[in-house]
Each structure stands twice: as C-alpha cells, then as structure tokens.
Design a protein. Sequence first.
Length: 317
Amino acid sequence: MTVVVQPRPLRPLRTALAALMLAGALTVALATAGQVQAQTAAQDANPVLARVNGAEIRQSDLDMAEEELGAAQLAQMDPATKRENLLSYVIDLKIVAKAAEDKKLGDTEAFKKSLAFARERLLMDRLLTDEAKAATTDANMRKVYEEAAQQMGSEEEVHARHILVETEDEAKQIAEQLKKGGDFAELAKAKSKDPGASDGGDLGYFTKEQMVPEFSKVAFELEPGKISDPVKSQFGWHIIKVEDKRKKQAPTFEQVKPQIETYVTRKAQADVVSKLRETAKIERIEQKKPEAAPEAKPATPAAPPRAAGGAMAPPKK
C-alpha cells in the first residue's frame, strides 16, 4: 500500500514574506518621499532665479553677493530694487568670470597667489564671524549693559536754562530784571542770542564735560531754582538758572543694544586674535635698509676760456 505524503501548505510562510516585503517597500517609499519633500523644501528656500549660459543662479548666490557688497550700499534701496541690482551683479559676475576662464587667467601665478590670499581672508572672516555670533548672546550683552549702567549711575547731571548776550552790561541789565521778578524763559526768548532761545533758553540735562568749564563750574554749584550772576565764556556772557539736579540716568538696554552688540562683537574678535597670537610662533625678518648714497656735489663749471692778455674770449660762432 502506497502512502502519499501531502506537503504542508506554504501559505502562512508566503504571507509572512509578502508582509515583510511590503513593509520594506513602504519604508523605502516613505524615506524616499521624505527626501523628496526635504529637497523640494530646500529648493523652495533657494530657488533658481536665472541661468547664464546654462549655469544656475540661486537665491543663495544673491545672499553671498549682498554679504560681499555690504549691507550699507544696499540699505537705501527698496526690496525689489535691491534684488534686481544683486541679480544683475551676479549675472555680470558669471559672464565676466567665464570670459576670464576662457583666457586661462586662472592659471597664472598672480591669480593663484591672489586666490590663496582670498581663501585665507575668507577663512579669517568666517572664524571671526562665528566667534562674534557666539559672543553676542542676550545674556552677554545685558551683562555689559549693566556694568556700564552702574558706572553711569554715579555721575551728576544738571537741568538748566541760560540767557546768552554779547556784553557784560547787557548781562547785568537782564540780571536786574530777573531780581525784580522777570520771567527767565520770556527774557531768554527776547534777549538771548543762543539758538535755543525760542525754548526759553532750555538746555535740558547735561554733565560737566558737555559744557565749557566756566559754565559748568557755576551751573553745578548752584542749587535748583537759583540764578547766577553774569558768567563770561568764549561765547559771551551767560546768566544761568538751574532747574534740577539728578544722577545721570542710563539709557534703556533696547536704546543702546546696537552699540553694545558692536562692542561685544569687536571685543570677542580682538580676544580671539590676541589668544592666537600668544600661541603662534611669529618671526619677523628684518630687512636691512639700503644705505643712502652720499649726496652728489654739483660739478664745478669749467672756467671760460681766456684770450691773450687775460680778457674773456668771445664765444665761438
């Protein structure tokens, strides 16, 4: 009797393999889709703006051109004009550079030296830019601001008005009017030759260093509400009224943030260069200066020929 052995069904195994293959295909598809989306997003952020002889010009090229030219040159332009100028510049750059390549100018020793120097300069710029970005954090800048503000807090300011006239007699006459109850601001408007006379001679708040010494000495000695006797300076004769005194107020952080950012940037960059100099081996090769040639003495002119008997001979014709 023959026994026929039936093979086991392979369906479960095949189903498992198919599921694995499907899962793998799905993973690849998702990864590919993600890459495509990333590439699309990158292209959208850096679109092609023009082509020159087939070479693409992208937004990133304009960004580099703007950095190279400097924002100050483009600051006065509206966005559309700036974009058009940058694009025209990059187009010209591509055209002229291609012409230079065709003439093999890039193969000359002079060009290679210039290229090597430019590379070092760009590397230096990149390092210093990175150091500046790392240093100009909000915390660092606020620390610099607070230190400066503390130093300013001890300085005194005076708020004063003044009347400026040309002669001492004029100043004495005005002083008498003020003693009789004259209004200081109205007299300043009527009599003072200072440009601020229209504001009643108001000078606002100022420190000692902001005024000439003769003026500052009297202004800072007066008490608020008091009026000085005539004071002589290089500008004429002053009568000063002190309105108020206070400790100098520091500007807000936001008001001076651009200046602080510039200071922190420059300090960070200078510190980097200083530290690198300390660890670098620098040898200066002194060149001997050529000795100055002795000054040539003017040649002694030959004596004119003499005729017989000692008389000067006439010139030959």
